[in-house]
Design a protein around this ligand. Structure first.
Ligand code: R5P
Length: 292
């Protein structure tokens, strides 16, 4: 308890220094509450406003995916290079060291396996459990145009309501069905729906034509999924093009953990995302790092 006898007179009001009232720079996020902004700052690096999310949630419908057979062996060593980890609560509790203090983006939807209709998902986590795990955001799959479109969107809006109650952002993950065209028109539709219905940020796929119209018409940040494994230089080009066309980061899985040198690859991706490093230079860095 403070000693009442030695209270000093206040005198230093710094009258010449205006109160610092800087805006929150993340796109579309300035009106969010402090807790939301704080959590988003544990996903998007405040210095750059961008994020390298390492996505390892594939097992929630695919089982032990190539590269994720032993998360303790292959993924935990990559954690120092990721800004954020996207995974399920099962992997968080069983395998991720609690000393990992960067953002966890928790996979919060699920249900069907790869053997069934994937759009038939439900919310797969309780908000109290997400709070208990101290997550930075909740991720939910949204199947615009899919068989269970309305259900998946309803999953997202319910999570947004729960997240808003406790200051937890929601990542809307646009899932493109096999029968749908992966073009800018579809991505504009899907990302905008996620943002309009309350997602704090949205994950989508990069498209070669018109990706800048996708980022322009989405009022919140967009991160790109990596998609299927590409040669490393091609994956770095994709990340570079997405960033230059307005993406706020990557949520990359297979192109990192299925790379021949995952630690080198995630560091090269980090340079592209945070330092605008050109793909060829980042690839040279990848080659140098993999030889170490
Ligand atoms: C789907 O399995 C998940 O949402 C993944 O997190 C997402 O597809 C990103 O992983 P990748 O870069 O391997 O596509």
């Amino acid at each position: 308890m403070a000693d009442k006898d030695s209270i000093q007179e206040t005198h230093n009001y710094h009258l010449d220094i205006p109160v610092n009232n800087e805006p929150f720079r993340l796109k579309g996020s300035n009106s969010l509450d402090w807790g939301m902004k704080n959590r988003l700052s544990n996903i998007f690096r405040p210095e750059t406003g961008r994020a390298v999310m390492l996505a390892i949630d594939h097992g929630y419908f695919l089982g032990p995916t190539a590269g994720l057979e032993r998360v303790d062996v292959t993924i935990v060593p990559l954690l120092p290079y990721a800004d954020t980890l996207m995974c399920t609560r099962g992997i968080v509790r069983s395998t991720i060291p609690p000393t990992f203090t960067k953002g966890i983006v928790l996979r919060a939807s699920g249900g069907p396996s790869i053997l069934k209709e994937l759009s038939n998902e439900e919310i797969a986590v309780d908000i109290e459990d997400a709070i208990r795990l101290n997550v930075a955001a909740l991720a939910v799959q949204v199947f615009v145009g899919g068989e269970y479109e309305t259900r998946s969107i309803h999953n997202m809006t319910r999570l947004v309501d729960m997240g808003n109650r406790y200051g937890i952002p929601v990542l809307g993950v646009t899932a493109v069905g096999k029968e749908m065209a992966r073009d800018a028109k579809y991505m504009r539709l899907a990302t905008r729906i996620c943002a309009e219905l309350g997602a704090s940020y949205v994950k989508t796929y990069y498209v070669d034509e018109g990706f800048e119209t996708v980022t322009a018409s989405c009022p919140v940040p967009i991160v790109i999924a990596g998609g299927k494994k590409l040669p490393e230089l091609d994956a770095l080009k994709m990340a570079y093009n997405a960033i230059q066309q307005g993406a706020a980061g990557v949520d990359m899985g297979r192109n990192i953990f299925q790379s021949e040198a995952p630690a080198a690859m995630i560091q090269a991706v980090g340079k592209v995302v945070h330092e605008n490093m050109k793909p060829k230079e980042a690839y040279d860095l990848y080659q140098t790092l993999r030889r170490r």
